[in-house]
Every structure is written in structure tokens, then in C-alpha cells.
Design a protein around this ligand. Structure first.
Ligand code: NAP
Ligand code: MG
Length: 493
């Protein structure tokens, strides 16, 4: 933890009003979590071949929730064999209409069990229940619904072509949107007739394993979806397995580069969704209060554990003081704490490792001369927490401005002209997303055509929809997921 003395104390914000909300925790009574989970291979939960398990803990309490299987290369091989068999015997031969039926069934079952999924997501990953309930789980169901609709219309999606599935897809996902990332990967792969071996992130395997229960109940043919749990080595075993035809990876740019090297020359297809350092640009003619709310949502949503988080704020000079004061007021009212409490705005940092990374960046920022403001939120004794943080007095060359922190940390810089801000906005190795706040349509078009990023929002931020493509430029990735575009990586057309 960054010590209190390390942060300039005078900048600690205390707006305590003397009253607070009563706790409003979501009940855990209705959920079931087993003490131990094996992999999900060939339609069954199976014990890991080497017999090893690791604990998954709640980052808000540090309590162990369950034991998860460590996937070895032998487990991955069993999963790939089962996926290959399901691909050649059933799934690739099934009509699109029937594949769609299975996907609709899965989507409806996620909706039916939405509360259970939301609670487990918040317990295992630390995100506020409000988000898991209102964003993660509904969007996961929406992805299955959306791609279910495409399953029997692929020839309309690609007129004049005969689109064919690729085969077995290996999919590796991160911990920031566990169930949503799984849905994001599985739905298009299955709709197009591929079978899958997927690895969730080490710290957040539980909702994937609950999804396995739904897949069983939905009677999906065994082997069409396989989950192998574990850490980076398990992911590498998927990447390097020779009978996998396509890798879809979401995670850090560093691991993305390792994967790209590993599969070079193998003929495997690849999509990469990697890191980001999104600019959020506010012009003097913007509706300031609305923009401040959008900036807060853009970076503190999900503790800043969002690849497309608006982590770099650029404010036009004439309104810089006003925006800064309003941001400071607003972050002082954000409630940090129990992810299961319905009033919580900012939950727990996903792991101790991630908290250490965030604190390391704050220290780097301080050493580089930045001014750091944190809300004086009272933090629970156990668990991993970071108060919402503003970083001012920084320039383009600061590491905290250039590198992805992946936490609730917002840097603030000013600009005078649109040309200047475009240059600054594009001056990072990333290009995933960005936002513009202005009253003028012409400025929106000018900015959104100038910012090199795959996703751009105007007068809003962090809005997602299964129908729109998502993906990055430069070191933010390769290929698009979502929408019609999201079908192509899974098809030979
Ligand atoms: P990460 O370390 O790259 O991990 C992502 C996944 O890859 C995890 O399942 C991880 O397993 C696995 N993995 C680790 N080393 C591997 C290897 N050598 N070969 C194959 N798989 C390996 O990323 P993270 O820190 O978990 O996630 C945060 C990053 O993801 C951020 O950079 C964020 O921007 C990015 N992200 C991007 C998007 C997007 O759509 N562009 C979306 C969400 C997140 P373990 O976790 O079990 O070690
Ligand atoms: Mg966990």
C-alpha cells in the first residue's frame, strides 16, 4: 500500500458530511458454490490429470471461496481432443438454425440466473454488484441473443460467399469482465459452427464454471464448449497446442506479443484485444456537469479495470479549473467498499498483484513530480482497495500518462487547440478507445476522425452493445469482435 505520508497530505480530500448510507448488501443465500471445481471437458466436470488445485479468493475480504483446478498441458490436450471430436461429429454438421436454438437457450438461462451470476461475479472479482447486475450479466446474455440470431443467416451476412467454420478455437480471457468476456468469445465462435477450449483468468474462474452448469443443462452436445482453468502456463498450453485452428486472446499487450510470436508460421488465425490508454477530451463548449459525470464513469467504473477506460483527461484550458474542482467534489462522494452493497460505487481491486501495480504507478507519478489527489474514503481492513485518484501536473513524457495503470487513476492535462489535443491524444502506443465532449457536431467529427482508436464515444463513455464492433489500433490489438465484424475471425469466407 502507498503510505499516507507518501501522498501529499494536503491534497487528501475530506468532504465527510457526517452521515452515510446504511449498508444494503445483496443477499448471498440464493447462490451455490462448490468447494472444488474441476475442468469442464466433454460436457462433464473432470478432475485435473495432475491433481492440483488453487484457491480463488474474494478480493474484498481475502476469504477463500473455492478451489479451482490447475490445467496442465495434458488437460488442455484432453479438452482439444474433445472439441475436435465435437467439431467433426456434430457441431460443424448441425444446421445454423439448430445451433442458434442452443445459443438462445443459453442466453435465456443466463437471464434466469442473472442474480446468482451477479453475486458470484462481485464476490470473486470485486466489482460492485450494481455493475455486475446492470452491465456484465445483461450484456453477456445479450451477446448470446445477438449471435444466436446470426447462426442461420451467415449467407446473408456474407452475400455470394459460402462461409465455413474454422474448427477448434482456443480462447483466453482476462479478469475484468469474466462472464462477459466468456460470452463475447463463445457466442460468435459457436454461432459460426466452431468448437471451443476457453481459459478464464486465474483470479476469476467461477462464473465461467457456473456457465458450464448452464451449458450442461442446455444440453449442448458434449465437447462443443470446454473450460480449462489455470494460470498463464495453461494459456500457453492452449496457444501452443497443434490441433487448435484459431486463438482469440483478450489481455495485456505484453502477453499478446508473446502469443503473436508463439504462433507465427503455424497457420493459426489470431485476434488480439489488448491494453489501452484512452483520451477523454473535454472542450469549453461541453455541458460540463454531464461531462464530469461521464469522466467519472469513464475511469472509476469497475475500479478502472477496463481496457477502454478514459484514463487520460484533456481539458480545454479556459475551463480547466472548473472541471478540476467539480471532479474533486465528485470523487469525494464516491463510495468505496463492499462490492455486494448496492450503494457501492467503487469496489475492490481484483488482486493484490494488481493493487501493487497501481501503487507502483502512483509512486512513479509522485517521483516524477505529479500532484496526486485521493478521496479520503474509509477502507475496509481486509481486502485490496484503492481510493479514486486524480493525477495533475503531468506532461506527455510522464510514465503515468503513457502506460496503462488499469486502476482508478485519472491523469489530467490541459490543451488550447483541437490540433494540440489530437497530437497529445494520439501520442501513446495504444489506440483502443477515446471520448469527446462538446456541443458542436463538427468538432465531434473532426476529433473522431483524427483520434486513432477503434472505439470512440461522443458526449458519453463506456457504452457497449453486442451489435457494434470493438477492437484496437497499434498496440491495442488486431481484429474486431462484436457485431457483424465479430463473425469474420471465426469463418473461412
Ligand atoms: P494478462 O496478464 O495478459 O492475462 C490475460 C489472460 O492471459 C489470463 O487468462 C492469463 O492467465 C493468460 N495468460 C497469461 N500469460 C499467458 C501466456 N504466456 N500465454 C497465454 N495466456 C497467458 O492480462 P490481465 O492482466 O489479466 O488483464 C488486464 C489486461 O487486459 C489489460 O492490459 C487490459 O487492457 C487488457 N484487456 C483488454 C481488453 C480488450 O478488449 N482490448 C479487454 C479487457 C482487458 P492468468 O490471469 O490466469 O495468469
Ligand atoms: Mg477471485
Amino acid at each position: 500500500m502507498l503510505k499516507e505520508t507518501d501522498i501529499q497530505k494536503k491534497n487528501r480530500l475530506d468532504f465527510s458530511t457526517g452521515w452515510s448510507y446504511d449498508p444494503a448488501p445483496e443477499s448471498r443465500d440464493h447462490i451455490t458454490i462448490k468447494e472444488q471445481y474441476g475442468h469442464f471437458i466433454n460436457g462433464k466436470f473432470t478432475k485435473p490429470i495432475e491433481g492440483n488445485y488453487f484457491p480463488t479468493i474474494s478480493p474484498s475480504t481475502e476469504e477463500e471461496i473455492s478451489q479451482i483446478a490447475v490445467g496442465s498441458a495434458a488437460d488442455v490436450d484432453a479438452a482439444v481432443k474433445s472439441a475436435r471430436k465435437a467439431y467433426s461429429k456434430t457441431w460443424s454438421k448441425m444446421s445454423g438454425r439448430d445451433r442458434g436454438r442452443y445459443l438462445f437457450r443459453i442466453a435465456r438461462m443466463i437471464q434466469e440466473r442473472a442474480r446468482e451470476f451477479a453475486v458470484i461475479e462481485s464476490m470473486d472479482g470485486g466489482k460492485p454488484i450494481r455493475e455486475s447486475r446492470d452491465v456484465d450479466i445483461p450484456l453477456a446474455a445479450a451477446h448470446f441473443f445477438y449471435y444466436a440470431g446470426w447462426a442461420d443467416k451467415l449467407e446473408y451476412a456474407f452475400p455470394g460467399r459460402k462461409p465455413k467454420p474454422i474448427g477448434v478455437a482456443g480462447q483466453i480471457i482476462p479478469w475484468n469482465f469474466p462472464l462477459l468476456m466468456a460470452a463475447w468469445k463463445l457466442a460468435p465462435a459457436l454461432a459460426t459452427g466452431n468448437t471451443v477450449v476457453l481459459k478464464p483468468a486465474e483470479t476469476t474462474s467461477l462464473t465461467c464454471l457456473k456457465l458450464a452448469e448452464i451449458i450442461q443443462e442446455a444440453d449442448l452436445p458434449p465437447g462443443v464448449v470446454n473450460f480449462v482453468t489455470g494460470a498463464g502456463d495453461t494459456g500457453a498450453a492452449i496457444v501452443n497446442h497443434e490441433d487448435i485452428d484459431k486463438i482469440a486472446f483478450t489481455g495485456s499487450t505484453a502477453v499478446g506479443k508473446i502469443i503473436q510470436k508463439a504462433i507465427a508460421g503455424t497457420g493459426k488465425k489470431l485476434t488480439l484485444e489488448l491494453g489501452g490508454k484512452a483520451p477523454n477530451i473535454i472542450f469549453e463548449d461541453a455541458a460540463v456537469d454531464q461531462a464530469v459525470e461521464g469522466i467519472i464513469n469513464g475511469i472509476f467504473f469497475n475500479q478502472g479495470h477496463v481496457c477502454c477506460a478514459g484514463s487520460r483527461l484533456f481539458v480545454q484550458e479556459s475551463i480547466a479549473d472548473e472541471v478540476r474542482d467539480k471532479l474533486i467534489d465528485r470523487i469525494a462522494t464516491l463510495r468505496v467498499g463492499d462490492p455486494l452493497d448496492k450503494n457501492t460505487d467503487v469496489g475492490a481491486i481484483n488482486s493484490k498483484e494488481q493493487l501493487d501495480t497501481i501503487n507502483r504507478y502512483l509512486e512513479i507519478g509522485l517521483n516524477e513530480g505529479a500532484d496526486i489527489f485521493q478521496s479520503s474514503c474509509e477502507l475496509p481492513e481486509k481486502g485490496y482497495w484503492c481510493c479514486p485518484t486524480l493525477v495533475a501536473n503531468v506532461s506527455q513524457s510522464h510514465r503515468i500518462v503513457q502506460e496503462e495503470v488499469f486502476g482508478p487513476v485519472l491523469t489530467i492535462q490541459t490543451f488550447r487547440t483541437p490540433e494540440e489535443v489530437l497530437e497529445k491524444a494520439n501520442n501513446t502506443p495504444y489506440g483502443l478507445s477515446g471520448g469527446v465532449w462538446t456541443d458542436k457536431g463538427s468538432k465531434i467529427f473532426n476529433m473522431t476522425s483524427g483520434i486513432k482508436a477503434g472505439v470512440l464515444w461522443a458526449n458519453t463513455f463506456n457504452k457497449f452493445d453486442p451489435t457494434s464492433p470493438f477492437g484496437g489500433y497499434k498496440e491495442s490489438g488486431l481484429g474486431r469482435e462484436g457485431g457483424l465484424h465479430g463473425l469474420t475471425p471465426y469463418l473461412n469466407i
